[in-house]
Design a protein around this ligand. Structure first.
Ligand SMILES: [Mn+2]
Length: 327
């Protein structure tokens, strides 16, 4: 990765204009990396366009992030010397930005997903990184960036959220060292915690109550799942983005081996978030349906009913359980 990091640093130092994009339905890691990268480049005097490829809707618990108002609709981000993609395993994750890739001669793909397709002209990939923000931090250090307290807060938020507050399996000693550096540089852990995890609306708690009430457990596979319908959003007034952390509540069940939340999309499909606590590799399962992700955290969209999707997942868990080479 070091060589790619150096190449990326060189390209960015030479560039006069940069478009930065992240995956659709962005999480804290994508947003934190986007904002820190954009702030650095702007301070370095470069024309910068931070965006992503769908209608910009910021999840409530990230609206406080410094610089969040500088994100612009992708229609404003046309040509530039360089396109940076953050936290995107493949070009399809870019949403509507995918079609615009051809406009860029240099594409710097910075990511930590094991299934990254290497679609960039420079691929800065580190599969051991707990978050893309860890890699962005290393790139900024290499470019001798002056990481101010806003950038430290943005990157720290990405690391905290992608590692489940430093508790998922992707948390390494390096994750903690980088986080410690970011605290030295001005990130305040308690502030980030309050803003991200204690900032939910009453409407979103009502939606969570529905999700927990509906949860079902499949004993023979250890699948614990629930679902959110489009009509639930109208009834509670919550947004789908508010539900990003709900899966952690299901994960807390000691019986759970694999956890899933099914979310009805506007097109009538199911967007499924998957988490694994044990040996089951949900990244592999998601890829079988055209999705992607990590061993312990993945996502896939299926054109199925909830019952069909439950069967589909259960079958794949059973296959992995019985195959001696699985995992
Ligand atoms: Mn990530």
């Amino acid at each position: 990765m070091n060589r790619a990091l150096e190449e990326a640093a060189k390209k960015l130092q030479e560039a006069a204009s940069v478009v930065i994009t992240i995956h659709t339905q962005p999480d804290g890691d994508a947003l934190g990396g986007l904002l820190a990268m954009s702030r650095y480049l702007r301070k370095a005097g470069k024309k910068t366009c931070p965006t992503w490829g769908e209608e910009i809707r910021i999840p409530t618990h990230y609206r406080w992030l410094p610089g969040i108002d500088e994100i612009v609709d992708f229609s404003h981000c046309n040509g530039a010397d360089v396109l940076i993609t953050l936290d995107c395993a493949n070009e399809h994750r870019l949403g509507l930005m995918e079609d615009r890739m051809i406009k860029f001669k240099t594409i710097i793909n910075i990511d930590h997903h094991v299934d990254n397709s290497g679609f960039g002209t420079i691929n800065v990939l580190d599969f051991n990184a707990g978050a893309t923000c860890e890699i962005v931090y290393k790139l900024l250090k290499l470019m001798q960036a002056d990481i101010d307290s806003d950038m430290a807060t943005q990157l720290y938020t990405g690391i905290v959220t992608d590692t489940g507050r430093f508790q998922y399996q992707n948390t390494t000693s390096e994750t903690l060292r980088i986080a410690a550096d970011l605290v030295d540089l001005g990130a305040v852990p308690n502030l980030v915690f309050e803003k991200v995890y204690e900032n939910v609306s009453f409407a979103s708690l009502q939606l969570l109550a529905l999700v927990l009430e509906r949860a079902e457990f499949v004993k023979n596979t250890g699948l614990f799942y629930s679902y959110i319908l489009d009509s639930d959003l109208k009834e509670t007034g919550a947004s789908m983005a508010d539900s990003e952390v709900f899966i952690d509540y299901l994960r807390a069940a000691k019986e759970a081996n694999v956890v899933a939340i099914f979310k009805e999309t506007l097109e009538g499909k199911l967007r499924i978030s998957l988490r694994s606590k044990g040996t089951i590799d949900v990244g592999t399962i998601a890829r079988m349906g055209g999705g992607g992700g990590h061993r312990n955290a993945a996502g896939v969209t299926l054109d199925k009913t909830i019952d069909e999707a439950v069967d589909w997942i259960n079958n794949r868990i059973s296959t992995q359980k019985t195959a001696p080479t699985a995992g």
